[in-house]
Design a protein around this ligand. Structure first.
Ligand code: TXE
Length: 493
């Protein structure tokens, strides 16, 4: 302890200590050592933060929408200006590569620009109503106080996906980041202040899921929970929020198929499959963790894949040349190693990796070897359950029909990749795959302009794109009668 950086939370525009008077340590996944102290917020802090957000709501929702957008664009600019230091904090706290985080944080402002631009284009409609002497129109209104719960894999990016549409729509916010990676969001709050948002519009409470998180999802004054995280927690969030009929959007896990046909550009497909599973050390909800490869090219393709994966440079995530970094959390590290054992026990063959990474450049960090399992069939646990790590299962298929059957045979439906040069095949696959995102001859592309979210058990609702703002609005129908007399009061009009 002692010389560790100690953070504070921001509630109602003020830097505050947690009510518990306690902090917990956050560790650097590369060194395995604590580097900062995070406030251990609890139900009392959540209550204070929700009250601050509730108090700020009338002022914020009535702020001229153009002004809301203006503040959001300022916030975007500040993120861009501070991208390097925010990225360094993210790397220190979650172990993702500086090469990726630097770019990610330079891109994150786009969400604030895009939704800031939408803020004053939220329009209702005039309904040509079927009643005489009556004017009927709709208003799109904010929901109220939004509780946002984010995971550890891309803390600020995933915050932007939720915060930007929520603020544009006129809601106020309490953010609860993951206990494993809270530092960047705590620093981000300084930029919210600097941009000039009124106090209480955005508040942050850090702490454990079972304390701070639980208090947020059950708080009676929270109108909606926007959650990204694991399926088990997502289910709990959903059922708890149901007790007070909160609106919910959930972005959960995946077991996405990356489907390679024998008519593809093999070199590109190899790169696409690698980026789908080894980028971000496989710790992404969209990881293409099932490689479905057509039997006719199976062996050739796997050989090329292994050859390229072998060249991946592991080590210090702050080194811009590093390609595969550490796993973010100790429980995740154990989980990934556990799944490697499960796969071996199920009879899969590790043609690459298959265990801890003990290379000297990995130091004391939580590293696992990039791993490729062949001999997998789709009924195995390694093919059905989300690992959230650099572990690829290769499953052969015969033809389009079988590729679709295997591709869709999981409870998840977040994303899918298709590699083919045939436009007919690309179209059919994109139509029939049960996934919220389908990439053809590319993988892992996202944009503030394009909707993102899950089919089946991968979630509810959409983030990004114009429709995302609807997730933070409710429609009111207003009736104004111009009749001079109210007719028979005992019948419905
Ligand atoms: O996630 P959790 P964890 C998957 C991935 C991973 C698994 C577990 O498979 O191995 O989830 O990761 C908060 N009430 N994904 O345990 O628990 C928690 O504090 C309210 C996929 O880290 O889902 C954190 O802020 N909140 C995913 C957030 O939920 C609670 C990204 C996410 O944590 C809570 C991360 C509670 N009772 C993991 N319990 C993706 N979709 O990208 C926890 N939380």
């Amino acid at each position: 302890m002692g010389n560790l950086k100690r953070y504070q939370m921001t509630i109602a525009g003020k830097k505050v200590d947690p009510a518990s008077g306690e902090w917990f340590e956050t560790e650097n996944p590369y060194t395995g050592k604590a580097w900062a102290e995070i406030p251990r917020g609890n139900a009392e802090d959540i209550d204070r933060a929700v009250k601050a957000a509730k108090d700020a709501l009338p002022g914020w929702r009535r702020t001229i929408a153009t002004q809301r957008g203006h503040l959001m664009r300022k916030l975007g600019d500040l993120i861009a200006e501070n991208a390097d230091s925010l990225a360094a904090t993210e790397v220190r706290d979650n172990g993702k590569l500086i090469a990726e985080m630097g770019l990610q944080l330079k891109y994150a402002p786009q969400w604030y620009y895009y939704f800031g631009g939408l803020a004053d284009k939220i329009e209702g409609a005039v309904i040509p109503i079927d009643k005489p002497d009556t004017f009927n129109f709709t208003r799109k209104e904010p929901l109220g106080v939004i509780g946002m719960i984010t995971p550890w894999n891309s803390p600020l990016m995933l915050t932007a996906w939720k915060l930007a549409p929520a603020l544009a729509a006129g809601n106020t916010v309490v953010l609860k980041p993951s206990e494993f990676t809270s530092a960047s969001a705590l620093e981000f709050m300084d930029l919210v202040k600097q941009a000039g948002f009124p106090d209480g519009v955005v508040n942050i409470v850090t702490g454990y899921g079972k304390e701070a998180g639980e208090a947020l999802i059950s708080h009676p004054d929270v109108a909606k929970i926007a959650f990204t995280g694991g399926s088990a927690t997502g289910k709990h969030v959903y059922s708890t929020a149901a007790q007070s009929f909160k609106k919910v959007s959930l972005e959960l896990g995946g077991k996405s198929p990356n489907i390679v046909f024998d008519d593809c550009n093999v070199e590109n497909a190899v790169k696409g499959v690698i980026s789908g599973i080894f980028a971000a050390t496989g710790q992404t909800c969209i990881a293409g963790s099932r490689l479905l490869v057509q039997k006719s090219i199976h062996n050739e393709f796997v050989d090329k894949l292994v050859a390229l994966a072998k060249t991946a440079k592991m080590g210090d995530p702050m080194d811009p040349d590093t390609q595969v970094g550490p796993v973010t959390t100790p429980p995740q590290y154990e989980k990934i190693l556990g799944y490697m054992d499960i796969a071996k026990g199920e009879g899969a063959e590790a043609v690459l990796g298959g265990g801890k990474a003990t290379r000297p450049e990995c130091g004391d960090g939580w590293f696992v070897e990039p791993t490729i399992f062949t001999g997998v069939n789709n009924q195995m646990r390694i093919a059905q359950e989300e690992v959230f790590g650099p572990v690829l299962s290769v499953i052969p298929f015969e033809d389009e029909e079988e590729a679709l059957a295997i591709g869709n045979d999981v409870v998840y439906g977040l994303a899918a990749g298709v590699w083919t040069e045939s436009i007919r095949r690309a179209f059919i696959m994109s139509q029939e795959l049960q996934a919220g995102t389908v990439w053809v001859n590319t993988y892992r592309a996202v944009s503030y302009m394009s909707p993102f979210g899950g089919y089946k058990q991968s979630g509810l609702g959409r983030e990004s794109g114009q429709a995302a703002i609807e997730e933070y609005l409710q429609t009111k129908s207003v009736w104004i009668s111009m009749a001079t007399e109210v007719p028979n009061p005992f019948v419905m009009r």
